[in-house]
Design a protein. Structure first.
Length: 326
């Protein structure tokens, strides 16, 4: 029984023909359907059904069916059972060597995937979109994606990309990308609040006025100093003569809040992203808000891979709409 038969496929033995009537492996390899040949070659190279399926951008169940079809066509078992992933049988090794030889003779070109460039605000990439992008890459290991983090207005103005997701004012997407794009679309409005780790502050002792902050260290992401709507927070930080940490890394700022009893300005959804953090909504009477905007490069908005990325971003924000309400 072949490796694939263990998953429910019929025995290959009933398909076998006498050796003297079996075509050479050279001829058999040349007659294989290119799709089945690619499925076998990638599976043999990866040594894992799941990784091979990701590389081919198909479901593992379909890959198994294709390989079973190939075994039935060739009337032999191509894989042997093993605890160390996929292992080629003797026939599988013969087929692999012939397919490699044919590929060299034909000088088959590698199918180039289009490069899709995504420019995205660093905090949005980290908090909202990162996990779904990882899931996309797990499903399609052949995609070519260039992710550019936007950590300043200067970077936004200098970059050229297929899809741009950035933060700006609630009433206007400006300043936005400097190249021609589709009309910017608003994805979500974000309210910003000072946050503190629950582990470092009991409910009864959490600060509820600006005077109470004198006993706490403040941490500020340097990018936020450029944001006009954050003026109440920025003024507070600027007045500090001690107890302030300025950081250029968004992730490190989050870690300081989580683990160093610091208070920092974060989007209101952060308590949903990290249950260990809580917002302090009573400190400032003035709202601090920003809008998430998205635009698509006018020159590439019709491309399939670009549309796939745009759809993923829309779905992500739609699934997390409760994060941005209230």
């Amino acid at each position: 029984m072949s490796f694939l038969e263990a998953s429910g496929h019929r025995r290959m033995a009933e398909y076998r023909v006498p050796l003297d009537k079996t075509p050479s492996w050279r001829l058999r390899a040349a007659q294989i359907d290119p799709v089945l040949a690619q499925s076998f070659s990638v599976s043999a190279r990866c040594g894992c059904f799941m990784q091979a399926a990701r590389r081919l951008n198909i479901k593992a169940t379909l890959l198994r069916k294709q390989l079973a079809q190939l075994e039935a066509q060739l009337q032999c078992s191509l894989f042997s059972p093993s605890d160390n992933g996929l292992v080629l049988s003797r026939d599988g090794l013969q087929l692999q060597s012939q397919l490699i030889a044919l590929a060299h003779e034909r000088d088959l070109p590698v199918i180039q995937q289009p490069l899709v460039r995504l420019a995205i605000a660093e905090s949005i990439l980290h908090d909202i979109l990162g996990r779904d992008l990882v899931a996309l890459l797990r499903r399609n290991a052949s995609v070519r994606l260039d992710i550019i983090t936007l950590d300043s207005e200067l970077t936004l103005q200098a970059v050229t990309a297929d899809v741009v997701v950035w933060l700006a004012g609630t009433d206007s997407p400006l300043p936005g990308p400097s190249f021609a794009t589709s009309e910017p679309r608003a994805l979500a409005q974000l309210d910003y609040l000072p946050h503190i780790a629950k582990r470092y502050s009991r409910v009864a002792s959490r600060p509820d006025s600006l005077e109470d902050l004198a006993d706490f260290m403040l941490v500020q992401w340097q990018h936020d100093r450029q944001v006009d709507s954050f003026r109440p927070w920025n003024n507070l930080v600027d007045q500090r003569l001690a107890g302030v940490v300025q950081l250029h890394s968004y992730e490190l700022m989050l870690e300081m809040i989580r683990c160093s009893a610091c208070i920092g300005l974060l989007p209101g959804y952060m308590s949903r992203f990290d249950r260990g953090l809580t917002g302090l909504p009573e400190l400032f009477g003035q709202a601090m808000q920003r809008q998430v905007w998205m635009a698509v490069n006018a020159g590439s908005e019709g491309e399939e891979q670009v549309q796939m990325l745009v759809e993923l971003i829309h779905n992500t924000f739609s699934e997390r709409r409760e994060w941005f309400e209230g």
